[in-house]
Every structure is written in structure tokens, then in C-alpha cells.
Design a protein around this ligand. Structure first.
Ligand SMILES: Cc1cc2nc3c(=O)[nH]c(=O)nc-3n(C[C@H](O)[C@H](O)[C@H](O)COP(=O)(O)OP(=O)(O)OC[C@H]3O[C@@H](n4cnc5c(N)ncnc54)[C@H](O)[C@@H]3O)c2cc1C
Length: 351
């Protein structure tokens, strides 16, 4: 069975003026020298191959902070769409074009009875960006269902298929993150044909569902519950909710050694991460004295979630990164733990 949607954009086309801020969820960042849209995988390859100078691949713009001076090169907007379905028996394989809206894909998976990505409902952005930082939420990560990733290797000038092992997925990372070498063209997910979700692993989701951790629930119930939890935290894009003008979590939860962890207060929320310990960045930030809503110069911590830094309107990338640096330094001073940003910083630095 094959399902192909008609791409909204066909060919490679210039966008003028080449403003980047409107293509980011923060609404921040100066212009690119050139901005182009690529409507298919072939267009994406030729846009990147033919560009002179630096190239920024941008899809949903929900995990980037672009500097106020903009990007001195060509920004390529990934606008390919569509999916292809194969597989038989209990497993379904769905190959999703890089520019396809992630949540539209999740909604379709839930409607079709394909289990495995339902807890990732409401994550903004494109399907092609999900392998970049091994998108995860509410107990699921895409590394659990990704069966392969098709990329254009800019160094070798050829199209390649990456196995999950070659993607080298880690917590909010992969071989692709912070490297410009590979452009994701499509991602294949291996999902289970089932009316039920995967086991609910996240305690907060289980509580909201009224089930025990490890139980399964109808796919649509899992999706609606996750969307409800996310809305309550400003983690679903909503033009009417200033708390969603963010990149989601600005900081990753720090993963530290057992010795470092021993130096933290006993009530610090934490989880095992291999031999190391993952600590709640939100808890560290709050305990270091940064309250929700704290900010200045048009930027602030979300009023609903301590980890999200938001543009309240009139903010700048400089102000946002200044606030981030203040929080990072405050946490380091209080606890000796240095927070790292989750989004990709473009044309800017905060060290
Ligand atoms: C409100 C909100 C909530 C969020 N919640 C979560 C969450 O729960 N979990 C989570 O993991 N993330 C979350 N995020 C972050 C973000 O949504 C994800 O990282 C998402 O996958 C980014 O997709 P994008 O298309 O917007 O990527 P972009 O922001 O456009 O790009 C991000 C990075 O990926 C690169 N990239 C994008 N597409 C490609 C491609 N086709 N090939 C090569 N490189 C590419 C870009 O160059 C850039 O480096 C949230 C963000 C927001 C705003």
C-alpha cells in the first residue's frame, strides 16, 4: 500500500524577503542571505548541493535559536510531504518525507491503529528532524521505532540509508546533531498494528490516565491525554499561548557521575542513565531561585514550565541567550552542575 500526498511546494523556489524569524517558533533571528523552499527530496538535495557558501537546513524551526544578525548563507526550508506504507502482519513500516508535519503523522498513526509514537503527540516540527535529537517525550523516543533514515551525505555527494545503529542515538542526540554533513530526506518507522498504546512508562501520564505504569491504553486515549498534559505546560504550539513561543525545553537534563550526584540535595529528582545519573534540570533551576515568569527585555521563563524560555514579544536572541546564560551560571553556582542547551544555536554563541 502506498500513500503519497501531493507536495504543497514543488521545485526549489526563492522566498523573499529572506526573513528567518517567521520560520521559527521563537519568532527570533535575523535574515539569511538567501532563503529557498524545497518541495521534494530531490529538490532538497539539489538546493543543498547547488548552494554556494554555508547552508542552514530549517524545517519547523522549533529547535533552533538563530542570532539577531541572521545567517550568512543559504537557508533551505524543508517542505517535502507524504508517507509510504509497507509491511504485513503485525508490523507496519511507514516512510515519512522529511518535511512532513510530525504531529500530523502521529495523528494519522493513531487513527490507523499504528502503535509506537502516540506519546510523542504534540511535539512540533517535522518528521525529518526527529532523528536529529532523538525526539522524546512522555516515555517514548523515536529511536525505539526508527527502522532507517535516508540521508544526503554532503561530503560524499550521495544518498545513503542509515540503520538505527548508525544513527548512534543517545538522550537528545544522534550522529546528526550539531553536524551539517547529513540532510535527512525521509525516515522509516516500524510500528505495531494495535489499537493499544505501547506500555505507559511515564508516571505522570499513568496518573493522568488512572492506570499503572506498564499498562496499555487505547491509542486515541494516550494521544488526548498527552496533548492535555502538554497544553497545560505550554508545550503545544498555540498562537494564543505566549508560553508556547519557545523551543520547548531550553536545557537538557544534565547527565552526571554518581560522585557528582552525591553532592546534590537528596530530594533532587533523578533517573538512572546507564552508569550515570540524569537529574531534573527544571528542579535545579527552580532551586537555584529562578521562578516561572522570570525575565526581562521581552523574554522570560514560561509561566507554565520552568524549562521553557519564551519570547513574550519584542524579545531578541541576545536577550534570550542572556537569560539562558544567567540561569546556567546560577545553577552552576548553586550546585556545581553546568546546564547545556537543547536547541541548535545558529550564528550565535552563549559560552
Ligand atoms: C512548544 C515546543 C515543545 C517541544 N517539545 C519537545 C519534546 O517534547 N521533545 C523533544 O524532543 N523536542 C521537543 N521540542 C523541540 C522540537 O520540536 C523538536 O526537536 C523537533 O524535532 C524539531 O523539528 P523542526 O522541524 O522544527 O526542526 P528545526 O528547528 O527546523 O531544526 C532543528 C535542527 O535540526 C536540523 N534539521 C531539521 N530538519 C533537518 C533535515 N531534514 N535534515 C538535516 N537536518 C535537519 C536543523 O538544521 C537544526 O539543526 C519542542 C519544541 C517546542 C517549540
Amino acid at each position: 500500500m502506498g500513500v503519497r500526498l501531493k507536495p504543497m511546494v514543488v521545485g526549489v523556489r526563492d522566498v523573499t524577503p529572506p526573513l528567518l524569524a517567521p520560520h521559527t517558533t521563537l519568532g527570533l533571528g535575523g535574515p539569511a542571505e538567501r532563503l529557498i523552499e524545497a518541495g521534494t527530496a530531490a529538490d532538497l538535495v539539489s538546493a543543498v548541493r547547488d548552494a554556494t557558501g554555508p547552508v542552514l537546513v530549517l524545517a519547523g524551526g522549533s529547535n533552533v535559536v538563530i542570532g539577531d544578525a541572521g545567517f550568512a548563507g543559504t537557508a533551505v526550508l524543508v517542505r517535502s510531504e507524504g508517507l509510504e506504507v509497507t509491511g504485513s502482519g503485525d508490523e507496519v513500516r511507514v516512510t515519512v518525507a522529511a518535511g512532513h508535519d510530525w504531529d500530523a503523522f502521529v495523528a494519522q498513526a493513531v487513527a490507523e491503529g499504528w502503535s509506537g509514537v502516540e506519546c510523542l503527540s504534540g511535539v512540533p516540527g517535522s518528521a525529518g528532524a526527529t532523528p536529529i535529537q532523538n525526539v522524546g517525550a512522555y516515555g517514548q523516543e523515536v529511536s525505539e521505532t526508527i527502522a532507517g533514515v535516508t540521508v544526503y551525505d554532503r561530503e560524499r555527494d550521495r544518498i545513503e540509508k542509515f540503520t538505527p545503529a548508525e544513527c548512534a542515538f543517545t538522550y537528545r542526540g544522534s550522529v546528526f546533531k550539531h553536524r551539517d554533513r547529513h540532510v535527512v530526506l525521509d525516515v522509516t518507522f516500524a510500528l505495531r498494528r494495535s489499537p493499544l498504546s505501547g506500555p505507559i512508562r511515564y508516571a505522570e501520564t499513568a496518573r493522568a490516565l488512572g492506570v499503572e505504569v506498564g499498562e496499555r491504553v487505547p491509542l486515541a486515549v494516550a494521544r488526548e491525554t498527552v496533548l492535555g498534559l502538554r497544553r497545560g505546560k505550554g508545550m503545544v504550539l498555540d498562537a494564543g499561548d505566549a508560553d508556547s513561543r519557545s523551543v520547548g525545553s531550553f536545557f537538557v537534563n544534565p547527565v552526571i557521575s554518581a560522585e557528582e550526584f552525591a553532592g546534590l540535595p537528596e530530594d533532587a529528582p533523578h533517573w538512572p542513565e546507564g552508569e550515570r545519573v540524569k537529574v531534573s534540570a527544571a528542579w535545579l533551576i527552580q532551586r537555584a531561585g529562578f521562578e516561572r515568569g522570570y525575565g526581562r527585555d521581552g523574554v522570560s521563563i514560561s509561566t507554565k514550565h520552568t524549562l521553557a524560555l519564551t519570547n513574550r514579544g519584542g524579545g531578541t536572541a541576545k536577550a534570550l541567550l542572556g537569560l539562558a546564560a544567567e540561569i546556567r551560571d546560577g545553577v552552576e553556582k548553586s550546585f556545581g552542575v553546568r546546564l547545556r542547551p537543547e536547541p541548535v544555536l545558529v550564528g550565535t554563541d552563549w559560552s
